[in-house]
Structures are given as structure tokens and as C-alpha cells.
Design a protein around this ligand. Structure first.
Ligand code: URA
Length: 425
């Protein structure tokens, strides 16, 4: 006999009631097995979106999603493991330099990542711009690579929190993604199931992020930190700025290029700052007090990067592909660039072919945007502000439309001190 009725559970949440542990466990289990259909789960997700869940419900929802699949175990490695998760932004290529950098210091970094959907890019899409590189690894291959080179960036296997995989796809098409309880439980179920000892969360704030204002971002961060700590994962979070793109390159191959610049000791100041700050957080959580900038400057992080790419079949020396078409965007006036909106640039890059609108769509490795000025820079009329790259010329017009209103040149600009806005633990 059925323990609960999905309609009663939907009605309870619709009417603002708290769901019990048993109801949540049953719901997630029944949904994973297909006994609750997408239409009922969509209604429940909308009720949660509208009425929320308290901390106890979020914690139980997360546990139930973890229990829907396998848990990984890295204890046989005999070294600490540290992971980083970003809530997603424009030009956010941090995982690429960060994983090899932290691995230099004897910390294993298992970065189980995803593909992009919508305007935020996916880590796997970026690395797939490298000829030969393979995202899908077995658990044995992941362990072997963590033993050999200490860092692995690969696709999360189908067995990790399968309830979340189903639910995330459903939320994506039912306007229920941007709910703090649903985002926190989605991210943390995967991270806890992954079995890392410690986790640093990079919670993005601003136009290019899920969380548009700092209060929402703080609530999401503290909800996720509490879920992690309750599950025995040493968790902290940084709130970081996503009002403008990170770095000067947005798009898959372009972001690989910029990551390699950082690993070679160069790269834009904001990307270097965030790489080093996140690396320091990860190292501290793993009990190390090294200064990670050293390994960017002396080539050790680059050595691990090359090994990590080669072990997954990639050629670290292959040049990134060039797009078939480019289009320059010029400054329309003299002055200071006061706005370069992250969402506008992210959507433009997506429309150029760097991202996908539906899961099955391929992405272009060469599509994206190269920036030549950032907010606060003085620009002259007619100067190149950015170059759009795409293999499909017809996409340029739509990309330009999304940049409309996203670029402003004026007189006054309040300089941003740091990309890191706050720390939550
Ligand atoms: N990333 C996730 O994995 N889940 C969400 O709900 C949002 C971002």
C-alpha cells in the first residue's frame, strides 16, 4: 500500500504547511522511481518556490536526494580532498586554474562538473574546446587520476544524486530554478554525495548571477554552509561580484586561453585575485598554510594542468580554434566605462553559440566575446571595446541586441576594491 498521496503533499505545501521527514523521503524516492510524475513534481516545486521550506525541511530534502543515488569515497587516497562550487556566472572559468593549483600542495581536487544551460557557461563545455579531452570518466579513472596528478575535472556520473538530475531538468522548464531551498539542496546534495572533505562555495551576486542582491546571496550561502557542516563537510562560502564578467574572455575556448594565461603567471587581475583567494580557502580547509600565488608564478600549477589535461586525452599544446566570423564593438563616446553588464555579455556570448538553449544542442568551441576594457577604464570614442566571435554570422545581430543598454560610458565611477564581497562560514 502507498504510504502517502502526492496530491496531499502538494496540497500541504501549497497551503504553507511544513512537510515531515517521512513525507519528504517518500516524495523523493517515489519521484526518482517514476511513481510520482513530472506534473506532480512540477506542482510541488512551484509550491516550494512560492512558500519556501524551513531549514529542517531543506536538510531532509537534501538528505533524501543524496540517498537517491551513490556516494563516492575518496578516503583510500590518504590525502585531504577539497572542492569548490560556483553558483555560476559570466566568464567564470575559475575551476580550470584552481583545480591544478590546489593539487600542487598535496590536496586532492575532485571537480565533478556540469555543462552550461542558458547564459552561464559550463566547465565541461570549456574543457571540451581542447582537442581530444574527455569529460566522462569511470570512478576507477577518477581515483587513478587523483592519485597520479591530484586534480580531476570531469562529468558527474549518472549515479550521483539522480533525484536532483531529474528535478533540475524539470525546474529548468517550469520557472522554479531560482528558489533558495531548491538551489541549496540541489547543489549540496551533489557535493555531499561526492564525498569531499571540504568545500568552498563561490556564491555569485549581481546581474549575471542567480542571486541579484547581496541579502539573497547571503541567505543562499548560509543555507548551503549549514547543510555542508551538518553533513560533516568543512564548508565556507565567499560572496563574489558578478555585476560584470570575470576576466577579459567569455566563451569556451577563449576561457581556456585565459585560464592558461593565469597558470603561466599572467592573466587579468580579477581572475588572478579570485583564483588565489579561492585556493587559499581550499588549502586552509585542508589544513595547509601555503601561499598559492607561488605555484602560479613558478610553473608548478601549469605542470599539474598539463598532466591533468593529458590524462584525459587532451592536448595541452593545441591552439584554441578560431571563429569563422568576428565583429568589433566600438566605444560611442569618450569617457569612463561605467557599466559592462554581466547578463548582457553572458546572453550575447550564448547567442553567438557559446551556450545552449536546450540540453541536446552542441556548443561552438570558438564562440564568445573578447573584452578590451572593464568598468572604471577610460575609453576614447571609436576605440574597440570588445570583439564578438562566432562560426555563424547570422548570430551577430542578436548578440548585438543583447548588448544594447549593457554598455555605458560616463564621467564618474566608483572603483570596485575587490571581487570578493563577503565571507560566510
Ligand atoms: N546549480 C545546481 O546544481 N542546482 C541549482 O539548483 C542551481 C545551480
Amino acid at each position: 500500500m502507498k504510504k502517502f498521496d502526492a496530491v496531499d503533499i502538494i496540497r500541504a505545501k501549497r497551503d504553507g504547511q511544513k512537510l515531515s521527514r517521512e513525507e519528504i523521503d517518500w516524495t523523493i524516492d517515489a519521484y526518482t522511481k517514476g511513481a510520482i510524475g513530472d506534473e506532480q513534481m512540477a506542482a510541488l516545486a512551484m509550491a516550494i518556490f512560492l512558500n519556501g521550506m524551513d531549514r529542517e525541511e531543506i536538510s531532509q530534502w537534501t538528505t533524501a536526494m543524496i540517498n537517491s543515488g551513490d556516494r563516492m569515497d575518496f578516503s583510500a587516497l590518504g590525502k585531504p580532498t577539497a572542492d569548490k562550487h560556483s553558483t555560476g556566472g559570466v566568464g567564470d572559468k575559475m575551476t580550470l586554474p584552481l583545480a591544478p593549483l590546489v593539487a600542487v600542495y598535496g590536496v586532492a581536487v575532485p571537480q565533478l562538473s556540469g555543462r552550461g544551460l542558458g547564459h552561464t557557461g559550463g566547465t565541461l563545455d570549456k574543457l571540451e574546446a581542447i582537442p581530444g579531452w574527455r569529460a566522462d570518466l569511470s570512478n576507477d579513472e577518477i581515483m587513478a587520476q587523483l592519485r597520479d596528478c591530484g586534480a580531476v575535472i570531469c562529468a558527474a556520473g549518472a549515479g550521483l544524486a539522480p533525484a536532483d538530475k531529474k528535478l533540475y531538468a524539470l525546474r529548468d522548464v517550469t520557472a522554479t530554478v531560482d528558489s533558495i531551498p531548491l538551489i541549496a539542496s540541489s547543489i549540496m546534495s551533489k557535493k555531499i554525495a561526492e564525498g569531499t572533505d571540504s568545500l568552498v562555495l563561490d556564491v555569485k551576486v549581481g546581474s549575471g548571477a542567480f542571486m541579484k542582491d547581496i541579502d539573497q546571496a547571503r541567505e543562499l550561502a548560509s543555507t548551503m554552509v549549514a547543510l555542508g557542516l551538518d553533513a560533516g563537510v568543512k564548508t565556507s562560502a565567499l560572496l563574489t561580484d558578478m555585476s560584470t564578467p570575470l576576466g577579459l574572455k567569455v566563451g569556451n575556448g577563449l576561457e581556456v586561453e585565459e585560464s592558461v594565461e593565469v597558470l603561466a603567471g599572467g592573466g587579468p587581475a580579477d581572475v588572478v585575485e579570485l583564483t588565489v583567494t579561492l585556493a587559499r580557502e581550499m588549502l586552509t580547509a585542508a589544513g595547509k598554510d601555503d601561499d598559492p600565488s607561488d605555484a602560479l608564478n613558478d610553473g608548478r600549477a601549469m605542470d599539474v594542468w598539463r598532466q591533468m589535461i593529458e590524462e584525459q586525452g587532451g592536448d595541452p599544446d593545441a591552439p584554441m580554434p578560431n571563429a569563422k566570423h568576428t565583429h568589433d564593438v566600438l566605444a560611442e563616446a569618450d569617457g569612463i566605462l561605467t557599466e559592462l553588464d554581466a547578463l548582457s555579455v553572458g546572453v550575447a556570448s550564448w547567442r553567438l553559440g557559446a551556450g545552449r538553449a536546450v540540453k541536446s544542442e552542441p556548443v561552438q568551441a570558438a564562440a564568445g566575446i573578447e573584452l578590451y576594457a572593464k568598468p572604471g577604464d577610460r575609453v576614447a570614442k571609436g576605440q574597440k571595446l570588445m570583439t564578438l566571435h562566432t562560426d555563424d554570422e547570422a548570430r551577430i545581430e542578436r548578440a548585438l541586441q543583447s548588448l544594447d543598454g549593457g554598455i555605458e560610458i560616463g564621467g564618474d565611477y566608483e572603483t570596485r576594491e575587490s571581487v570578493v564581497l563577503e565571507r560566510v562560514e
